[in-house]
Each structure stands twice: as structure tokens, then as C-alpha cells.
Design a protein. Structure first.
Length: 237
């Protein structure tokens, strides 16, 4: 897989390139900022498997780069992961709203990045297929990344997760999570539990009427909380 690594710090690129090689990335293209990155994407006809970008860069920052990628005809499904030391809620929210596939905070463990890459690549594979039903398994991708895609795509319907103990899921209206349930938990407690799932088949049933709204928090704030918790757990493991 070819990865475009974007960071204005040569040292940061060197460190991240080492981690990428550790997780099995075979080809790395480096860019010093967003403008350099977009030019290299166009030169490659957008034929890269993943973009890994910093946030703060001169010329064109990470979020502005994501917006340019998403506005391009070939950039709609390209996985983009933001890696940044920034974790203010508004910053993370801006990244997801712009179309980031995932967000990783520095410093991070190799396994955290490995999991995020697997998740966003899995979602890209699902969304590029001709199947009318979005379905797969959480052992291959993360629940938070799946919700991020549904939120950015402004999907309405039900995300059903089949577990050994029964059924769980979340209800969406125009990309916003309106309800979530798992076992005896509901609302925000259920959503937090769902983000920690590592296995279970899922299917998204687009067009199903939304359930009664029991979650008042925005989906972006739910995702921010999930990303922070998962990163902290990853670093502490």
C-alpha cells in the first residue's frame, strides 16, 4: 500500500515513516505541507491507499488539505487520518466535519496507528463496492470510524451490530446519532460501549425511520470522546 505522509517537520516524518514501515506499509511518499501533498496526489492521479497528515502546517494546513481532497472527484473515499498533538474539542470537530476518516493524537503507540489504518481502509473498501447494503465485521474496522463515515455522509437509517449476547446498534438521522443501544445500556452509555467493541458483524440499513431521540449530544462530540478514550487506552496498554 502506498501512503502519502504529510508533515512540515522532517523529524516527525522520519518518526512516522518508521512506524508506518513497522505496520507493513511498503511505499511512503513524503510531503512537507498541504500544498505539496495535493500536488503529489494530482501527480499520482490520487492512486494512494491512505493520506496521513499533520494539522498545523504553513501554506495549507491539514484540515484545508482534507477539504481539497474531498472536493476532488477522486478524493471522496480516500482514507485520511489526522495525526496531531492538538486535542481541543473544536479542533477535532473541525477535522471530522471536513471529512477526516480518523484522528490520532501524538504521541501514539504503533498498535493504535495500525488499528486506525486497518479501520479506515476497511471502510474505504466497503464504500467502494457495488453492494446496496453496507455490511462487515468490527474485527476489521472500528465502530468510531464507521460512525465518522456515516456522519460525514449524512446518512439516515439504522446501524445494527450482531453480538453473541444479542443485538446492538445506533439510529442515524442526516448523519447524527439519535439513539444507541447495547444490552441494558441506552443513549450515551450505549454509544461509549459500542466504540469499544472489537468484534461483531454489522449492517447499515439506510432509510429506516429514526428511533425516538434519546441522545442529545452531537455526533462530533461523541466521536471526540471516543477517540480520546481509545487513544488513552491504547497508550496505557
Amino acid at each position: 500500500m502506498k501512503v502519502l505522509l504529510v508533515d512540515d517537520s522532517m523529524l516527525s516524518r522520519k518518526v512516522q515513516a518508521k512506524v508506518l514501515r513497522e505496520v507493513g506499509v511498503s511505499e511512503i511518499v513524503e510531503a512537507k505541507d498541504g500544498l505539496d501533498a495535493f500536488a503529489k496526489l494530482e501527480d499520482a492521479n490520487f492512486e494512494v491507499g491512505l493520506v496521513l497528515t499533520d494539522w498545523n502546517m504553513p501554506g495549507l494546513d491539514g484540515v484545508s488539505l482534507i477539504k481539497k481532497i474531498r472536493a476532488h472527484p477522486r478524493g471522496g473515499n480516500l482514507p485520511v487520518i489526522v495525526i496531531s498533538s492538538e486535542f481541543q474539542p473544536d479542533k477535532v470537530g473541525q477535522a471530522f466535519k471536513a471529512g477526516a476518516s480518523a484522528y490520532v493524537t501524538k504521541p501514539f503507540r504503533t498498535e493504535v496507528l495500525r488499528q486506525r489504518i486497518a479501520s479506515v481502509r476497511g471502510i474505504a473498501d466497503l464504500t467502494s463496492s457495488d453492494k446496496p447494503l453496507l455490511e462487515g465485521d468490527l474485527s476489521r474496522l472500528g465502530f468510531a470510524e464507521l460512525v465518522s463515515f456515516l456522519n460525514y455522509s449524512q446518512k439516515s437509517g439504522e446501524l445494527i451490530v450482531n453480538l453473541e449476547s444479542g443485538e446492538a446498534g445506533a439510529s442515524f438521522e442526516n448523519g447524527e446519532v439519535r439513539d444507541a443501544w447495547i444490552g441494558r445500556f441506552s443513549s450515551e452509555a450505549a454509544f461509549r460501549a459500542l466504540t469499544r467493541l472489537e468484534r461483531g458483524s454489522f449492517s447499515f440499513h439506510e432509510g429506516r425511520p429514526p428511533r425516538t431521540q434519546r441522545i442529545q449530544a452531537s455526533t462530533l462530540s461523541l466521536l471526540m470522546e471516543a477517540v480520546k478514550a481509545l487513544d488513552e487506552e491504547g497508550k496505557g496498554g
